[in-house]
Design a protein around this ligand. Sequence first.
Ligand SMILES: CC(=O)SCCNC(=O)CCNC(=O)[C@H](O)C(C)(C)COP(=O)(O)OP(=O)(O)OC[C@H]1O[C@@H](n2cnc3c(N)ncnc32)[C@H](O)[C@@H]1OP(=O)(O)O
Ligand SMILES: CC(C)C(=O)C(=O)O
Length: 516
Amino acid sequence: MASANDNRVIIFDTTLRDGEQSPGASMTLDEKLRVAHALAELKVDVIEAGFAIASNGDFRSVNEIAKQIKGPTICSLSRAAKGDIERAAEALEPAENKRIHTFISTSPLHMKYKLQMEPERVLEKVIESVTLARKFTDDVEWSAEDGSRTEHDFLCRCVEAAIDAGATTINIPDTVGYTTPTEYADLMTMLFNRVPNIDKAILSVHCHNDLGMAVSNSLAAVHAGARQIECTINGLGERAGNAALEEIIMALKTRNDAFPYETGIDSTKIMNASRLVSAVSGFVVQPNKAIVGANAFAHESGIHQDGFLKNAETYEIMKPESIGLNKSSLVMGKHSGRHAFKEKLKELGFTELGDNAIEDAFARFKELADKKKEVYDDDIVALVDDGMRDNEHIKFVGLTVTCGSRGPQTAELELTVDGESRTAKTTGDGPIDATFNAIKEIYPHDWRLKLYQVHAVTEGTDAQGTVTVKLDGEDRTVVGNASDTDTVVASCVAYVTAVNKLIEKSKRTAPDAMAS
Ligand SMILES: CC(=O)SCCNC(=O)CCNC(=O)[C@H](O)C(C)(C)COP(=O)(O)OP(=O)(O)OC[C@H]1O[C@@H](n2cnc3c(N)ncnc32)[C@H](O)[C@@H]1OP(=O)(O)O
Ligand SMILES: CC(C)C(=O)C(=O)O
């Protein structure tokens, strides 16, 4: 067992218990098992698999995890109640290593209003619950719910009694996310100084994020001697959540000079666990979330991109590989500069462009970036292809569509093909299909539509729609983009643009093979 003198910090993951308490984050048995496997791969020390008494479903999840997951200790939560503890013990029975986690509130507010118990009765409950739990396992954790708002004298008495009754881990939760780093560290120091048998247990912390200080509070407590941190993937948990496991681990790893502690975690499995928890809980990770947010390793500003390309450490304090990401990303947008643009062109296979072509494409890229939030790779391919286009064979003249639920959807289209006006009136499965059929009637071809995508560029009902059309030619795929407040017109022009590119390509490679 680690002691306060060791540098090893135990990572107790409670994604499947406190994390699941987030309104709307309930997980099925199968989902919990997948998360438990991911946590085992991450090499957490303890998995709090649920609250066995809560429901038959929770019992089954704890029980299945206890059967299937090897490596971490499996834990179930229980109130200071006989039925809870016995149910937890039953669910945990098949586990290789099992822990019963029993808790009761110790703060004046919780004891008076919630439990409606006198402090002396609470103290008796502490002793009874830990004693009973020890009948089922040597590994018993006791928590003082609302510990950070508990009177110190009473907290010391409860902690001492819990250890005497056999608790091997003592957890002091900041249940409502109220404490501060200094105050919480002082609380740990106070316990080390005043509880005579404190060296017989590991001191643990469980911090909520109501004031955004869960990770800082946890780390401050470790500085003061706590050696177990309770945390969750993506910071999932009651209200504003718990301390985020990924933030704790990467803080310990990246700033090991400031936090000279070790864990058993394989940080390269963080991204995998984060994506899985997000998918099964339905809680999307905010893009700017530390460590696992989509932007945590992405750069859009030209000055940052330039620095990053010269030396990644200029703007990255961690390597993406250290959390299991392949690489950082350069996001192209209106803040990007020429260095990043050239790098992107290289990545997209445009290796032979001259300086003028690059400058020209960069100017058009900036124009587009002013209209769109993000410029995708396909947009850049289209920009460069546009610049290489020397002749527009087909030009858009006008379009009328009828659509709605009542009649056939039709398109009446006029295009010019090499200067000559041509019209078609066609039907289709919706106005877009009818329009594309009209283009095919005016300019027959076998090229296949590979992608059709509409992006709203601006907000509101008069939003500009940008349409991307990808057409597969015989030996080349081209992209056509167009914007218009009328999405059907934008679709038509985007398709015509792609057709023009394929005509131009086929003309360059085999002038006689052109469709007419
Ligand atoms: C800080 C935390 O995260 S604590 C964990 C919170 N998680 C959960 O509550 C999720 C699972 N909970 C549940 O499924 C249910 O609340 C159950 C099954 C535990 C209990 O359900 P019910 O019997 O219907 O009681 P209910 O939830 O309405 O009320 C809780 C009761 O437990 C008592 N209680 C609360 N904590 C404790 C405790 N640690 N030890 C003993 N009793 C407790 C309350 O005082 C209340 O008792 P009362 O019925 O005599 O007034
Ligand atoms: C039961 C305890 C550990 C808890 O979840 C809390 O106090 O937040």
